[in-house]
Design a protein around this ligand. Structure first.
Ligand SMILES: [Zn+2]
Length: 477
């Protein structure tokens, strides 16, 4: 029998606020153990939480960017459970009235446009971390306790690990466009739980779903989903039934094991947090949030593909980086250069420089205006493409304009035909052997002679003019 997988995701993203969600402790990653803590985030009796407004702002922003309805009035609820990394024995989350509902995220899988609906986005606090050590035993680090998260819960609209991966990539890109999450996977800034079930192909019924936790990378999600689909098919094919349970994915052993049988939502005994008041987003604030939503990644991708004539891979590479895509759009908006020409610079020399130096575009001095000037200088024949690469490095590192750099480095291309002709003649005079070879039919000496002319011009001769004049002189022989 053929089976269809039905997959839903719960994605957690840490918001890049300065302070935690309910206290003024720093939310920064990587501090010494238990140094970013206070009575509120360590759950001391009598300590009272105060909501960080930025969390609401960021959560609503993600909601608007994913087509959700933003609930202008929402509240915080306590989710009760015990675990050593949760000192209050409850997590402040949102239950029946999340900040955002009913969204939809679009993405491409192998050139085909797909979508996955979002059931909800809510904000909540992260738990601490247990650090296991063979000598010291287990240490609880509360630094992460109270770091703000948004949880995005999808409808079960995904049907393969490839779809799940592209959906997750689009969520990540969107978070980076909105500048609300640092998206550092290695620091656990984005994590996901996966729900997987299978059903006979063509069926509309849902099978029993299994939840998998402990997934920290998108490639890990792909492996976990593929494993779980295969496991469920094997169970069913062997006459067994799928149990509703939570399984822990082990990305080293590449298998999952049972963690616990599924608890129902009511086990958490959610109730409104009596220490916090309702959250209201008024018209002015809502408009402010709305005004901060940039053009979304998928819209940029489609524009590059359909209007700029780029390949799917080029469009994707540009879309993935907000700063590179913005540089391209700003350069194109100047109207002075072809978008494709600017894109070529961005995807080749600019990307290479940034990779080599491990820099982000915004931490360099390159601007769209400078890039446009550079391309114009090459288009006008003022400098060669090779000289352009030298100028580019300076554009990253200095405040000078492209013209100033060309002047300073003496890179101006010589296009004066009279001057180049003199040079060509000199080269021919000093290479009698090559001329003999040429007369004997060895036409490939031309390449050598062009090289000699370029050398004689100290690399500044316009190669097209050199080629033209050299051919003209050789023809006279
Ligand atoms: Zn604190």
């Amino acid at each position: 029998m053929k089976y269809q997988a039905v997959i839903g995701l719960e994605v957690h993203a840490e918001l890049s606020t300065e302070s935690k969600i309910y206290c003024s402790c720093s939310a920064k990653f990587g501090a010494d153990i238990n140094t970013h803590t206070c009575p509120v985030c360590t759950g001391m009796p009598g300590a009272l939480p105060v909501l960080n407004k930025q969390v609401v702002h960021y959560a609503a922003k993600m909601g608007l960017a994913t087509g959700c309805t933003v609930n202008r009035l929402c509240k915080a609820d306590r989710k009760n459970y015990f675990y050593p990394d949760l000192p209050k024995a409850y997590q402040i989350s949102q239950f029946d009235v999340p900040i955002c509902e009913n969204g939809e995220v679009f993405f491409y899988v192998d050139g085909e446009k797909k979508s996955c609906r979002l059931e909800r986005i809510h904000f909540e606090e992260d738990a601490g971390k247990l650090l296991h050590d063979e000598i010291d035993g287990t240490v609880v680090d509360f630094n992460r306790c109270g770091v703000p998260l948004i949880e995005m819960v999808t409808k079960p609209d995904l049907h393969s690990s490839a779809e799940a991966k592209e959906f997750l990539e689009m969520i990540k890109t969107t978070l980076s466009y909105l500048d609300i999450c640092d998206c550092k996977m290695e620091e656990g800034s984005i994590r996901c739980d996966v729900n997987v079930s299978i059903r006979p192909e063509g069926s509309n019924e849902f099978g029993t779903r299994v939840e998998m936790k402990n997934i920290n990378t998108f490639s890990g999600a792909v492996r976990a989903i593929d494993y779980e689909i295969a496991r469920q098919i094997e169970v069913v094919e062997n006459g067994g039934t799928i149990q509703q349970e939570t399984r822990r994915w082990d990305d080293v052993k590449l298998k999952n094991t049972v963690m616990r049988t599924k608890e129902d939502a009511q086990d958490y005994r959610y109730f409104p947090d009596p220490d916090l008041i309702a959250v209201e987003i008024d018209d002015e604030w809502y408009k402010q949030i709305e005004s901060e939503i940039p053009e979304l990644p998928i819209s940029r991708y489609e524009r590059y593909l359909n209007e700029y004539g780029m390949t799917a891979m080029e469009s994707r590479q540009l879309m993935d980086s907000y700063s590179k895509a913005s540089l391209l759009d700003a350069a194109a908006a100047s109207g002075k250069v072809k978008p494709k020409a600017a894109a070529n610079w961005i995807l080749s020399d600019i990307s290479k420089y940034l990779n080599d130096k491990e820099l982000e575009l915004e931490n360099t001095k390159l601007t769209a205006e400078k890039l446009v000037d550079l391309i114009c200088l090459i288009d006008a024949g003022t400098i060669s493409g090779a000289a352009g690469k030298k100028v580019l490095v300076q554009l990253f590192e200095t405040d000078e304009t492209a013209e100033q750099i060309v002047e300073r480095l003496g890179l101006k291309q010589v296009s004066d035909e009279g001057a180049i002709l003199t040079l060509v003649k000199q080269v021919l005079d000093s290479n009698p052997k090559s001329i003999e070879d040429y007369k004997a039919g060895k036409k490939n000496v031309t390449g050598f002679l062009v090289g000699q002319c370029m050398k004689a011009s100290k690399g500044q001769g316009n190669p097209q003019i050199i080629n033209k004049l050299l051919a003209q002189e050789l023809a006279k022989l």
